[in-house]
Write a new protein. Structure first.
Length: 229
């Protein structure tokens, strides 16, 4: 804002904390586009703000992953969820997508806890889950960094290959694990393109002057059988 920019494209780590500064930007005449992690709709409404979201349907991506996992399990099988940061919209939506698919498949969620998006934290949480629920058949991780932690926890407990792991994001570090089966599936929301989508939309807003509307971007299931890009 101090530099007098025409537009700001923001990928907030927290869905609420940056709304006030986004409001100040809009009031200063700066076009604001929200990408990746959606700003909280209730807070936006409370402040009378319209900030367009350009990004994937996180719940849909999580459903794709959980449905694929469910196809390898039996109804009634116990599973656990490693959530992202609870205040983040994408974490909430991914958990919702997981839960909807698991419920429809008749799978039992015996534990659900935040791994804070982090590999080390997820390792700790997954280790505790495996100890408390030795009957676990799968760990659904809301991002691939946590899936790496879950895989490490399984290896440390001597249970590699016994418990299925799925993730979300299709980061490079998880692709070898997909190939060798340590991770069953993930979702690719084309993160390398999200900033481009957001910038293109900001330029459209500046040119057209039209009221901002949300724009959904692609999200795809990725498994060992998915062709490499």
């Amino acid at each position: 804002m101090a530099e007098g920019v025409d537009a700001i494209v923001i990928a907030p780590a927290d869905s609420k904390a940056l709304i006030p500064v986004c409001q100040r930007a809009q009031e200063a005449g700066v076009a604001v586009v929200n990408i990746d992690n959606r700003l909280d709709a209730a807070v936006l409404a409370e402040r009378g703000l319209r900030i367009p979201f350009v990004g994937p349907d996180n719940a849909r991506g999580a459903r794709l992953v959980a449905e694929y996992l469910a196809g390898t399990l039996e109804p009634g099988d116990p599973v656990a969820i490693l959530e992202g940061v609870p205040s983040a919209f994408n974490a909430i939506e991914r958990k919702r997508g997981f839960e909807e698919a698991l419920r429809e498949a008749g799978l039992e969620v015996v534990a659900s806890q935040s791994g804070s998006w982090e590999t080390g934290k997820a390792h700790q949480v997954a280790s505790a889950m495996l100890t408390e629920h030795p009957e676990l058949k799968a760990l659904l991780c809301a991002n691939d960094s946590m899936a790496l932690g879950a895989v490490a926890a399984l290896q440390a407990s001597g249970r590699s290959g016994e418990v299925r792991v799925v993730g979300y994001d299709n980061i490079s570090a998880v692709r070898e694990l997909l190939r060798d089966g340590r991770v069953l599936a993930t979702a690719d929301q084309h993160a390398d393109r999200l900033a481009v989508y957001g910038i293109e939309y900001a330029l459209e807003m500046l040119e057209s002057g039209k009221p901002p509307e949300d724009r959904e971007t692609p999200v795809d299931l990725v498994t060992a059988e998915t062709p490499s890009p």
